[in-house]
Design a protein around this ligand. Structure first.
Ligand SMILES: [Zn+2]
Length: 108
């Protein structure tokens, strides 16, 4: 079933914007990025499966931080990389087909 990914996600009591940010991510050589202070998740445009994995990855960073499993958002890659790959794969194996058509470009 197709799942249109909305332009924001609720993480605890906070609402994070989800935006396409090709230029900035190219500069830092990343596929995705969590900017905790700005409540922003940046994604680059790739296949839906790859974008979904990046979205889950950035959400995991926030969850680790909120659950005090990580001192800073964006540090603990060794656990988050495999966890997000397995979790995204499991969700898609349930028949979820993520669609990113409604994610806007990041505002300047
Ligand atoms: Zn990461």
């Amino acid at each position: 079933m197709k799942l249109t990914i909305p332009s924001q996600v609720q993480l605890g009591c906070r609402t994070f914007r989800i935006r396409i940010s090709e230029k900035i991510l190219k500069e830092v050589n990343c596929k995705g990025q969590l900017i905790d202070k700005e409540e922003l998740i940046r994604l680059s445009r790739r296949s839906p499966a790859s974008m979904f994995e990046s979205l889950v990855h950035e959400i995991m960073h926030s969850i680790f931080y909120m659950c005090a499993l990580d001192e800073n958002p964006g540090i603990d890659e060794s656990k988050i990389i495999p966890m997000s790959i397995f979790f995204a794969q499991a969700i898609m194996s349930l028949g979820v087909e993520p669609v990113f058509d409604e994610i806007p470009e990041e505002e300047k």
